[in-house]
Design a protein around this ligand. Structure first.
Ligand SMILES: [Zn+2]
Ligand SMILES: [Zn+2]
Length: 131
């Protein structure tokens, strides 16, 4: 539509609310005692991966674990289903683009997806202010 969306890639952005038990469980996965508190746990994670088929699971970042190679806690849920938690290693990116995703995630790296989202937001704003 705007020419700013090569390949039509978008962030999925499906969301879920974690039950209190999972919030506590995520905090308990912190490997360094005292490194995280309840406020660090994302209770309503949004899916961070590229838009995917409706029958494949969503992945939302819940808690970044302290340490360089410790990975992060992710919520995984099927559309309409209850979430569960997994610890996944961090995506190394591709050398040019950093990534907030998990290793071997499907789709584009998050920095590429966010660039596209910002370009889309700018296009919407431009269209709204210059009809
Ligand atoms: Zn998703
Ligand atoms: Zn990545």
């Amino acid at each position: 539509m705007t020419g700013l969306d090569p390949g039509g890639a978008r962030v999925c952005d499906g969301g879920v609310r974690l039950p209190a038990g999972l919030v506590a469980a995520a905090l308990a996965m912190e490997t360094v005692p005292g490194a995280a508190c309840l406020a660090d746990v994302e209770e309503t994670p949004a899916c961070l991966i590229q838009e995917h088929a409706p029958d494949t699971p969503h992945y939302g970042l819940v808690l970044d674990l302290d340490g360089i190679l410790s990975g992060a806690v992710w919520a995984v849920w099927s559309p309409g289903g209850a979430p569960h938690l997994v610890v996944l290693p961090d995506c190394p990116g591709d050398g040019e683009q950093s990534c907030s995703g998990f290793a071997a995630h499907p789709g584009l790296h998050t920095s590429a997806l966010w660039d596209l989202r910002q370009a889309h937001a700018r296009a919407v704003f431009a269209a709204a202010t210059h009809p």
